[in-house]
Ligand binder design. Structure first.
Ligand SMILES: *[C@@H]1O[C@H](CO)[C@@H](O)[C@H](O)[C@H]1NC(C)=O
Ligand SMILES: *[C@@H]1O[C@H](CO)[C@@H](O)[C@H](O)[C@H]1NC(C)=O
Length: 190
């Protein structure tokens, strides 16, 4: 194949090679700027464990319904949307150390089965994670014992985060609707 090419095209290939090599090299400082430091980026893996309290009952609910569908006969609750500011605690008790809050909303998007579209920012308030956030966007079928939701991004110490959250219901009160959910979150970040 190469033998059919005119001789004069060879320098173009060589130039392209050096141009690509230059682009690759010049991309690195941009990555360093993203990390806000001069050190090269190093990928880290973090495992976070906490309890999520979704309180819908009582005087101080942390989850409030903001959208109610016109047709309320769906047993799955299809069409409801709740805005949340749920406390995240270190231990299973609500009185244990507050380590963050899950803020955002969940929308009931299942017609056959109760499923939630979770669109939330988990902001951490403790120690080195104080002020850092993780964005969770995904499907949560709360009647299943174990659910998995994608972590699609983050900020602060969790810049460029990707990962997943595994949620297990620790306690659910069918009378009040209050739920206590254990979370294990695994993230890769810089
Ligand atoms: C309301 O929902 C029920 C159950 O899903 C359905 O049978 C009914 O046709 C719906 N009514 C209207 C007016 O959409
Ligand atoms: C977290 O950061 C906020 C704002 O910078 C500060 O007011 C608060 O005391 C910090 N909390 C902890 C536990 O360090």
């Amino acid at each position: 194949m190469a033998s059919h090419l005119p001789k004069s095209t060879t320098p173009i290939f060589v130039l392209c090679f050096f141009f690509l090599a230059f682009l690759t090299a010049s991309a690195r400082p941009v990555q360093r700027q993203l990390a806000g430091s001069r050190r090269p980026l190093r990928e880290k893996t973090s495992h976070l464990h906490f309890y999520f309290h979704d309180i819908v009952s009582g005087r101080n609910p942390t989850a409030v319904n903001i959208v109610r569908p016109a047709n309320i006969s769906s047993a799955a609750g299809f069409g409801n949307v709740a805005m949340i500011d749920d406390p995240l605690t270190e231990g299973p008790e609500l009185s244990s150390k507050l380590i963050g809050r899950a803020q955002g909303f969940y929308a009931l998007d299942g017609q056959q089965e109760t499923t939630l579209l979770m669109a939330c920012t988990y902001v951490f308030l403790e120690g080195k994670y104080n002020g850092s956030t993780l964005s969770i966007l995904g499907r949560n079928a709360p009647m299943h014992a174990v659910r998995e939701m994608p972590v699609v991004g983050g900020s602060g110490l969790f810049r460029l985060a990707r990962g997943y959250a595994v949620a297990r219901t620790h306690q659910y009160d069918a009378n009040t609707g209050d739920a206590n959910v254990e979370y294990n979150v695994y993230v890769i970040h810089y």
